[in-house]
Write a protein that binds this ligand. Structure first.
Ligand code: GTP
Length: 357
């Protein structure tokens, strides 16, 4: 027999929130490689751009000082924005455009040695913005740097070497970034879907509900659904037979649910339905349709399969985890009351629970 709140999210180590600024930074860099590239930009600012800005000011080269300071501000500002908001995408675009501007400025300043910055700059573009956009920005950056520093490169003598090696660097960046993006997409799919049933897993549930709750307002209703006497089904049909029942349940549930409803498998024989805001009668009717469809179409051998469910309605401002815990407690009541039934715990104000069997 399960206990209430056994489905409460955030119990796994990998979902635990890191504490302390250093741990948070490490966690963000690990989770999002763009955060790592932004951090690299801060490193370049501190180790190179700012000391050079001081040096150029000391030499009286105010144009170069302004350029290095502007780049430092953009790289540092973008990293600070990403740190504060968690939005690395926008910050990465700012840094990518700053790289293009920086390489043009190097070309304009016509300093031959500084042109070596083209290579890391072009490579960084591919880790900041999508590969196709990075190709375009790389072409812009290299062409600008080459045209502006035409004489410094020795005209037609040095230019082909510079252009060819810089474009080769861009090609390498493109190939690596394409592969990385495909791997990331594949990894995200595998890590967010339940391998047995193909529906969302606990991680996807946490991700989607956290996003919906962050937008404010009421996220709708959550129903925790648990197949009845599943251990006995496993004992009778074996583990593979039990797996087949889980797959059947997921497929029948997906057929009954509306386009806007979401289905996740929390683990074992336990699923969660996330239903967008609706009238209690509509939610109740949907769950009753699901019960009827499962009783009719899901079979463990010859025997029909039933489930118990607890449903709760989210209220604006309430943590979604509290809503899930209420649904979970309602499910526990449904199990204790004999199974094959639906228990309701509509809102956080303690409105009386209702049983529908
Ligand atoms: N086939 C299969 N069985 C699983 C899977 N995950 C967990 N189980 C089994 O599911 C069973 C769940 O048993 P219980 O928690 O006792 O639940 P139950 O027998 O359904 O009892 P009630 O929920 O109280 O009706 C256990 O035997 C688990 O080994 C899975 O992925 N596949």
């Amino acid at each position: 027999m399960r206990t209430p709140s056994s489905s409460a999210p955030g119990r796994q180590d990998d979902t635990a929130a890191p504490s302390g600024a250093w741990a948070l930074l490490r966690a963000r860099v690990r989770a999002d490689y763009r955060a790592g590239v932004l951090l690299l930009g801060v490193g370049v600012t501190l180790v190179w751009l700012l000391p050079f800005a001081v040096y150029r000011a000391w030499q009286g080269n105010w144009l170069a000082t302004a350029n290095d300071l502007a780049l430092s501000l953009l790289l540092g500002g973008a990293a600070a924005y990403a740190w504060r908001t968690g939005d690395t995408r926008r910050a990465a675009w700012v840094v990518a455009l700053a790289i293009v501007g920086g390489l043009w400025a190097i070309g304009l300043a016509a300093r031959f040695a500084a042109l070596f910055w083209t290579y890391p700059g072009v490579l960084m573009l591919f880790f900041l913005v999508p590969p196709r956009a990075a190709v375009l920005l790389a072409l812009l950056a290299v062409t600008g740097a080459a045209v502006f520093s035409w004489s410094e490169l020795g005209g037609s003598e040095g230019l082909p070497f510079f252009a060819f090696t810089a474009l080769l660097t861009a090609l390498l960046g493109y190939v690596v970034a394409q592969q990385a993006q495909r791997q990331i997409e594949l990894w995200q799919t595998l890590s967010l879907l339940d391998a047995l049933t193909g529906v969302g897993n606990r991680r996807l549930l946490e991700l989607e509900l956290a996003q919906a709750a962050a937008r404010g307002g009421d996220v709708g209703a959550l129903a925790v659904v648990d197949l009845d006497h599943f251990k006995a089904i496993n004992d009778r049909l074996g583990h593979d037979g039990g797996d087949a029942v889980l797959r059947q349940f997921a497929s029948v549930a997906q057929a009954v649910l509306r386009k806007t409803d979401r289905l996740y498998r929390l683990g074992g024989e336990e699923f969660v339905l996330w239903l967008p805001p609706d009238e209690p009668q509509a939610v109740r009717a949907l769950l009753q349709r699901l019960r009827a469809a499962v009783a009719e179409r899901v079979r463990a051998g010859e025997a029909p399969v039933t489930f118990s469910a607890g449903v709760a309605r989210h209220t604006a401002g309430e943590p979604w985890t509290a809503c899930l815990a209420r649904a979970d407690a309602a499910l526990y009541r449904a199990k204790r009351a004999g199974r094959d039934r639906l228990e309701e715990a509509w809102d956080a104000t303690g409105q009386p629970a209702r049983t529908a069997d």
